[in-house]
Ligand binder design. Structure first.
Ligand SMILES: *Cc1c(COP(=O)(O)O)cnc(C)c1O
Length: 365
């Protein structure tokens, strides 16, 4: 028998979450963001659940080829644009739309030979200070791009740094609005947090929203809001089984560094899952986990291939019991990836992207 750990992808949850994005998008078209191999779910595995999207947004040319190989003929957007001039040939061949965020990318386009002009998204740096033209340089970049015979339609784009946080979007929205006031073109501003939290903001107009993390069933603003608050469903389950149990006496310790000491007699289970599977090593004692669908917590340090769980709430559990690390457990029990991430000092994004290649992945259904 193979090691019992497995990840499941839930296409129905992806489809449900995408519909939630659409509901909040105020009529805008929806990009399903499938960068990082669909946030760890696998582009081909996620495609079925996300194909009701209006387009797919990603970073990698190889990922763009994969989404085309799935049979997708609609819009595909490269969120960081081209990394070198010859990438433009693949954009022409696969009909990829691409972001233009720096003048070097305009230079490459100006030198590119193509029969079909390209649809581009001109990106403004409205305060994130990662990619894009500063507001005062935006208009001249737009004019230069718009005059190129290699360019078809120019759309306008920016990205929010604090859509999930108290600072919010107003300062970036003001910079964007001022610098683009009389420019034509479709607009794309909102990521998941902005879609969910700022969808009704009067100054925010999107023709395209970019739905990433919410599609995968993680709340961008956890712990302030949970997936239940946003009506999102986990699109990934990571589960395994108990491969041993131990009876502890008061004073007994568990795992490397003896980081857990039993205060009373208790039974623990040993799970076939460790940090080499992508489970966070920084998840301390008490990180939530489901055993046979019953909620309990981890004890002691996570090791490479194993972790320990408290079996006090589930006396029936034994070798072979199902352990849900996150996602859907037996009997409809749910454990949001956000809760595990929070306990480990990280975010759902990182955990879903970090499931290790040694973990077999299956599409549920
Ligand atoms: C990753 C990314 C998104 C999606 O962000 P989420 O928080 O996952 O919704 C949107 N826009 C850009 C430019 C991105 O890089």
């Amino acid at each position: 028998m193979p090691r019992p750990i497995e990840a499941l992808v839930h296409p129905a949850a992806l489809a449900h979450n995408l519909a939630v994005a659409r509901r909040h998008a105020g009529g805008a078209r929806v990009w399903a963001v499938v960068k990082a191999n669909a946030y760890g779910h696998g582009i081909e595995r996620a495609f079925e659940g996300l194909k009701a999207a209006d387009g797919f947004a990603l970073l990698d040319l190889a990922e763009a080829e994969r989404i085309r190989a799935c049979g997708w003929r609609g819009p595909v957007l490269l969120l960081e644009g081209c990394f070198e001039p010859r990438d433009l040939e693949l954009c022409s061949r696969l009909n990829l739309w691409h972001v233009v965020h720096c003048s070097e990318q305009i230079d490459s386009l100006a030198a590119h030979k193509t029969h079909e002009p390209h649809r581009v998204f001109l990106k403004m740096n409205s305060g994130m200070n990662r990619l894009g033209f500063a507001p005062q340089a935006f208009r001249s970049a737009w004019a230069r791009l718009n005059a190129l015979p290699q360019v078809d339609e120019v759309s306008l784009m920016t990205h929010f740094s604090d859509a999930d946080a108290p600072r919010g979007i107003a300062h970036q929205l003001a910079a964007f609005a001022e610098a683009t006031a009389d420019l034509p073109g479709e607009r794309s501003l909102s990521n998941s947090a902005a879609i969910l939290r700022h969808g009704a903001h009067p100054g925010l107009h999107n023709d395209w929203v970019r739905a990433g993390i919410l599609a995968y069933g993680s709340a961008p603003d956890f712990p302030e809001r949970t997936i239940a608050d946003w009506d999102l469903q986990p699109a990934m389950t990571l589960h395994s089984r108990l491969i041993a149990t131990q009876q502890l006496q008061p004073g007994d310790t568990v795992g490397y560094g003896s980081r857990f000491t039993a205060e009373r007699a208790m039974r623990i289970g040993i799970v076939a899952c460790g940090y080499a599977d992508g489970y966070p090593r920084h998840a301390g004692t008490g990180t939530p986990v489901l055993v046979d669908g019953i909620r309990t917590g981890t004890v002691g340090r996570v090791s490479m291939d194993m972790l320990a769980v408290d079996l006090s709430p589930c006396p029936e559990a034994g070798i072979g019991s199902t352990v849900t690390l996150w996602g859907r457990g037996p009997g409809g029990a749910l454990l949001a990836i956000d809760e595990v991430a929070h306990a480990a000092g990280t975010i759902g994004y990182e955990l879903m992207c970090a499931v290790a290649p040694r973990v077999p992945v299956r599409v549920a259904g």
